[in-house]
Design a protein around this ligand. Structure first.
Ligand SMILES: Nc1ncnc2c1ncn2[C@@H]1O[C@H](COP(=O)(O)OP(=O)(O)OP(=O)(O)O)[C@@H](O)[C@H]1O
Length: 231
């Protein structure tokens, strides 16, 4: 579903991403760990079409992002660290707007059901987003992904700055999305959450994926140890 083939990206003479090969299947959650500057965001940006690879390919459901930008964008959703929404619009209005950009028109009841499924409390559906917490904004981001019927979901440090309860709720929603078949690539510094929510964990160093393992194979403490030895 989410696939990188020998994906590389240089900025000038700096090789930020080197020959990444990865496949994340439907329903799989892959967490990408690595220090600041390791190449995690660059990887995600290649899939989003925000940067074009220097060589290799990023594919969504077999469609190359660089060759089929429109087709691949329709299949994906992206949740950055801070989800950008229109502060003067309500939760429902934001969702209606972003769904319409993706070509979907929903009734108010359908929009509400996406927001509820994403975990946003009913009262907030009709409140302006300007007063939302970070966790609430992310739930709207998840609702947008649901409304877009995204097959692939990309997240860049989604739990950074969330309190433990919000972070836990967020992980539960990701698990539900994965159970419905969404392939998820998540860049994170949160080793505990990575171990908790992901099926597989990869560690990046200086643009290379140097380690890949099944999250079941070790405890959070062991993962942290491996991380510190690797980076
Ligand atoms: N637009 C750009 N122009 C030049 N260099 C860039 C650009 N974007 C990223 N880089 C460089 O590429 C390397 C990888 O950066 P990237 O943002 O992918 O790392 P990261 O693992 O996401 O880090 P962080 O955890 O801080 O978000 C870094 O050395 C960074 O300085």
């Amino acid at each position: 579903m989410i696939e990188a083939k020998q994906l590389s990206k240089s900025y000038g003479d700096h090789l930020a991403l080197r020959n990444l090969d990865i496949y994340i299947g439907p329903g799989e959650i892959f967490a990408l760990l690595g220090q600041n500057g390791a190449g995690k965001t660059t990887t995600i940006n290649c899939f989003l079409g925000f940067v074009s690879p220097s060589s290799g390919d990023a594919l969504i459901a077999g469609a190359s992002v660089k060759d089929n930008p429109q087709e691949s964008k329709k299949m994906l959703a992206y949740i950055p660290e801070t989800v950008m929404l229109y502060p003067n619009l309500t939760g429902i209005e934001n969702l209606a707007f972003f769904s319409s950009l993706a070509g979907f028109t929903y009734s108010e009841d359908q929009l509400k059901s996406f927001l509820s499924k994403a975990g946003l409390q009913t009262l907030a559906h009709t409140q302006r987003v300007g007063g939302f917490s970070k966790g609430m904004r992310q739930k709207v981001g998840i609702a947008i992904a649901l409304a877009k019927k995204a097959k692939a979901l990309f997240l860049d440090e989604p739990t950074s700055g969330l309190d433990p309860k919000a972070s836990n709720e967020f992980s539960e929603i990701l698990t539900e999305l994965s159970a419905e078949g969404t392939a998820i690539l998540m860049a994170t510094h949160d080793i505990f959450r990575a171990k908790e929510v992901a099926h597989r964990v990869g560690i990046m160093k200086e643009g290379q994926l140097v380690s890949q393992l099944s999250a079941n194979d070790l405890s959070a403490n062991e993962l942290e140890k491996l991380y510190l030895q690797t980076i």
